[in-house]
Design a protein around this ligand. Structure first.
Ligand code: IPE
Ligand code: IPE
Ligand code: MG
Length: 264
């Protein structure tokens, strides 16, 4: 058994004092390599506190910062979070504009620290609906952190799984039509590498906060065999401790992948 106890006590910088103590007792081989999170419930959290939806999103951004750090401390290889879906443009313009500004300020405020902590940031989703300036900022951040050796942090912005799959299919079809690839070369690995998450292992643990029992167009291909974890906790209240509980729960599950348990 591999035992590791983490907490705010062994953190150094001032910011790290925010980290909620947690304990994780998981055998290294049972750790999820890739965790996906649908960060839902900012609005419901805000309502329960008598605050504006914007205040809920701001609190959600603070939670995100803590969870990236916690996942990294726990030894998770890849963390992919759903920040804005291709469907979220349906929201009132004021809320959409607020969210776009929040991504921008999140990048501005957190980039240096994430970089110093060896986080490798990557954006997934379609970028062409963002301003040139923001697209440039995304590209610069990715380039800056491309050689980092720590957690691979995918931020899904204007992301929809069906849109991602269609973009991949189109680009493969174009290459096939141009004679660059033969149709029989297109297997699961080839297709996975045509997605925005190219190079990442499949999702092991899929978490959704705030109680709704749906996937909402997030990582459908990548989560084909993911273990699902739903919690009533609204995203702003989600803690490192609860992430550790989800991992602990995951580690106790029997993943058969269509086969049988070893003892059967
Ligand atoms: C998740 O919280 C954040 C985004 C979708 C951007 P919501 O804003 O969906 O919160 P609820 O679901 O209304 O509570
Ligand atoms: C999913 O949450 C998208 C994000 C968390 C960014 P939504 O709140 O948009 O999903 P639905 O509307 O409940 O399916
Ligand atoms: Mg929601």
């Amino acid at each position: 058994m591999w035992r590791k106890i983490f907490g705010s006590g062994n953190k150094t910088s001032v910011d790290r004092e925010e980290t909620v103590p947690f304990e994780l007792t998981v055998d290294r081989a049972s750790m999820p390599r890739h965790i996906a999170i649908v960060m839902d419930g900012n609005g419901r959290w805000a309502k329960s506190q008598g605050k504006s939806r914007s205040a809920g999103h701001e609190e959600g951004a603070r939670t995100l910062k803590r969870i990236v750090r916690a996942a990294s401390d726990m030894g998770v290889e890849v963390l992919t979070v759903y920040a804005f879906s291709t469907e979220n443009w349906k929201r009132p313009k004021l809320e959409v504009d607020f969210l776009l500004k929040l991504f921008d300020s999140f990048l501005e405020k957190e980039l240096a620290e994430m970089h110093a902590e060896q986080v490798r940031l990557h954006f997934i989703g379609r970028r062409d609906r963002f301003t040139e300036r923001f697209q440039q900022r995304m590209a610069d951040a990715e380039q800056l952190m491309a050689q980092n050796t720590g957690i691979h942090f995918n931020l899904a912005a204007n992301y929809g799984s069906q849109d991602e799959i269609l973009r991949a299919v189109r680009s493969i079809a174009e290459r096939a039509a141009a004679g660059e690839i033969a149709p029989e070369e297109i297997d699961e690995e080839f297709f996975s590498n045509a997605l925005d998450t190219a190079g990442d292992p499949p999702v092991d643990l899929f978490i959704r906060t705030s109680g709704d029992l749906r996937l909402s167009n997030f990582l459908l291909w990548q989560s084909a065999y993911a273990e699902l974890y739903f919690t009533e906790t609204h995203w702003p209240d989600f803690t490192a401790e609860e992430l550790a509980r989800a991992i602990q729960d995951f580690a106790g599950r029997s993943r058969r992948f269509g086969g049988l348990d070893a003892e059967e």
